[in-house]
Ligand binder design. Structure first.
Ligand code: EZ4
Ligand code: CO
Length: 411
């Protein structure tokens, strides 16, 4: 089965998505997600200029060989642009293999290890009242666990509080994400001291309102030093978090060793990691509890399965990154992995907007708090190319942070 055609499709139904569409001589179509939030066109170029020409004429069944060829033959390794491009090829080839076999991808990965994947949603609010309302809304939507993010007194705008923005003249959520359309990133503010004082009071209030059973998560979004993160982990111990995510910037992995020495709050990291090797120390030294890798930014399904098998030896579980800037294709890819592996932990699920769901038809279901990728052959996602054509790319950036004295801080 030969790859005959390869196209890169950019569409912005609610936000920008980059999709690789491969077609074989036997008529099978495979989709791969190559969306890199805020840097989308760099992956389009990497694919169109450097990858697509190498794919035409290749055997579509040779997933591992194609992955290794794209990874090793470039000489320059890793990085989000390269790995998103390779990830899209990998997903598209798994999609094709599933369709050729007449099976959903999870069957090819070993079959289902559970009935569905526990999902958590993003509850947030500028203050406690808004946060409580958001937690209730999420429970009504069927979520059995939630991430908790709130405003911090004295700070105007911070990460993780669902915002609204104007699209086509109407007020609509911009796919629940903080990226903003425009030519320059929005500026937010930050003060770690205020945050460290405030956050334990938020979790205390949430626990007293909602009781001890609801699994609660929190994303530190890379903004603390190791000792600050250790202090936060310790101060949150009475509230029994499911995990504390990205407590320190991802570059310095030694930081996690220090945090680990001080707290039993479970740690999750890796949404901006690109390869299995980025997790080598964190997994083998048991410095984390959950692997946050996303199929899209991690080189696809093949390496995600490998890192999770490695993690399984240390009782470390999955917690794949599932924001709306992962397209329905990338999201489906990690649902298939999550359903198949033994060491599944939890799946982040933010939910795409209506136009996104109309552009990408999905066999996925969300029932009783559990996600399932569906049983359509392949990944179970179809891209409506005409619909996609209605929504051209729009420049959008993630925000950045400045401290009160003007210093740029991690966002
Ligand atoms: O900020 O996906 O856990 N989720 C996150 C996300 C990231 C965005 C960046 O594109 O941290 O909201
Ligand atoms: Co995160």
């Amino acid at each position: 089965m030969i790859i005959e055609r390869a196209e890169v499709i950019v569409t912005s139904p609610n936000r920008n998505f980059v999709t690789l569409r491969l077609q074989t001589d036997e008529g099978h179509v495979g989709l791969g997600d190559a969306t890199l939030n805020g840097r989308e066109l760099s992956v389009v170029s990497y694919l169109k200029d450097h990858v697509v020409p190498l794919l035409i004429g290749k055997d579509a069944h040779r997933i591992e060989d194609t992955w290794q060829f794209l990874y090793r033959s470039a000489y320059w390794r890793r990085g989000p642009v390269t790995m998103a491009a390779i990830g899209a090829v990998d997903m598209a080839l798994w999609d094709i293999k599933g369709k050729a076999a007449g099976m959903p991808v999870y069957q090819l990965l070993g079959g289902a290890s559970r009935t569905g994947l526990m999902a958590y949603g993003h509850a947030s609010g500028v203050d406690l009242q808004a946060l409580f309302d958001s937690i209730r809304e999420h429970r009504e939507l069927g979520y059995r666990s939630v991430r908790v993010q709130t405003g911090v007194p004295g700070l105007k705008a911070i990460y993780g509080i669902a915002a609204q923005s104007v699209i086509d003249g109407g007020l609509e959520r911009y796919d629940h994400e903080p990226a903003r359309r425009g030519a320059y990133p929005a500026e937010e503010d930050w003060d770690t001291r205020s945050y460290l004082h405030h956050l334990p009071t938020v979790f205390e209030a949430v626990r007293s309102e909602f009781g001890p059973d609801l699994p609660l998560l929190h994303d530190g979004h890379h903004r603390m030093t190791p000792i600050q993160a250790a202090k936060l982990g310790k101060s949150l111990e009475p509230y029994d978090l499911f995990w504390l995510e990205d407590c320190t910037p991802a570059e310095n992995q030694d930081a996690l060793r220090l945090v680990r020495q001080h707290t039993t709050t479970p740690l999750a990291i890796g949404e901006i990691f690109n390869t299995v090797w980025d997790f080598q120390t964190l997994i083998s030294e048991q410095l984390i509890d959950y692997v946050r890798a996303a199929s899209t930014h991690f080189g696809g399904i093949s390496p995600l399965k490998k890192v999770m098998d490695f993690a399984a030896q240390y009782q470390i579980k999955s917690g794949c990154h599932g924001p709306t800037d992962i397209s329905p294709v990338g999201f489906a890819a990690q649902l298939h992995v999550g359903l198949a592996i033994h060491n599944f932990g939890i799946q982040e699920y933010m939910q795409h907007g209506e136009r996104t769901n109309a552009t990408f038809q999905q066999s996925m279901t969300f029932e009783n708090g559990l996600l399932h990728p569906g049983d359509n052959p392949g990944l179970g996602v179809d891209l409506d190319v005409d619909e996609a054509g209605k929504y051209p790319y729009e420049q959008a950036y993630l925000p950045f942070n400045r401290l009160a004295d003007g210093t740029v801080h991690d966002w």
